[in-house]
Design a protein around this ligand. Sequence first.
Ligand code: TTP
Ligand code: MG
Length: 362
Amino acid sequence: MNRIILHCDLDCFYASIEIRDNPELLGKPVIIGADPKEGKGRGVVLTCSYEAREFGLHSGMPISQAYQRCPHGIYLRPHFEKYSKASKRVMQIIKKYSDKFQQVGIDESYIDVSNICFNYDEVTQLAEQIRRDIQDNVGVNLSVGCSFTKSLAKISSGIAKPNGISILKPENFKEKLKNLDITRIPGIGKKSKIHYYKKGIKKIGDIIAIPPHKMFEKFGKYGKWVWNIVNGFDNRKVKEFSKGRKSVSTERTFFTDTNNFNVIFSRIEDLNERLHDLVIRKHITYKTITLKIRFEGFETFTRSKTLPFPIQDKKKVIDIALKLYDEFSNKRKKIRLVGIKLSNLEKNLKVKQTNLISYIKA
Ligand code: TTP
Ligand code: MG
């Protein structure tokens, strides 16, 4: 019997919380991120409502560009504490439905319900129940994707969005995927798609059809991984790496507050070295990299990046940490503390220090 895995992901999470708390925003283009300052603002869009997405807005877009495309949008600053509280509540609720539960981001989780549901009607009922539970108790929309592997469940939740359920069964998943654009695959974004397009690969069907060794020749290890997942080969289990340990992190306070980039950079490198001594020794891979910054006066912020699949790559962490650092638009303030956290951990005895995701631009 195939496994049955659900991937649960909230719709436009930060924006949904703001809309929940101010229903007048419902149905409007709501953008969460930096202050656009009438098009002159710095920083990025963290997320936006589906109405805003119709204007081409998306997470990571410079806020100035978002403003050009959607000047009448409602631009709000984030309230991270509120989101963190809602996230904890959502995860508590989802966890009730299965012991095999794995949180993978602030608003994303997998549950394995193979021992709970025996056919796809039952799966649909269960997914509806979870969605109602979240709506009644947290007041936001959850989309649920179901399939027999984690990666197909994740692609499926993308199909389900917004506010729906989608099921990819062993007997129909190839048919349902074949006409979708390759950017539906986790990890293939706007930049890496160009690479695939150049070699004639545009639809998921193009990947399904190609012999696997060709994918390896053309796109390396990541290409082979992509071939495997769209053909239904992904044995990864829904399980936390360890009940006790969900992340590894380290942080340091500066002797005196500083905004000297070289000092900050070398401290980030030190922290990264120390974390990698540990993760290499313990054969730990991670998917999420978080940078913590405390400014003078104790204002503390974190920024995270979650990759589509686990890595153990010291250099990549530095690259990502620097990009995250760039997102702090308030560079004039001096910094008191920096920290790095690696989370979404998995144990992998075979892990090598290689850059498995060289095709993904972070
Ligand atoms: P996502 O689940 O990727 O996006 P989303 O929930 O906003 O929208 P979707 O309906 O497509 O799932 O991310 C969850 C939250 O994480 C998002 O609301 C804001 C935050 N986030 C960032 O801060 N930076 C980012 O680059 C992304 C992608 C998300
Ligand atoms: Mg989401």
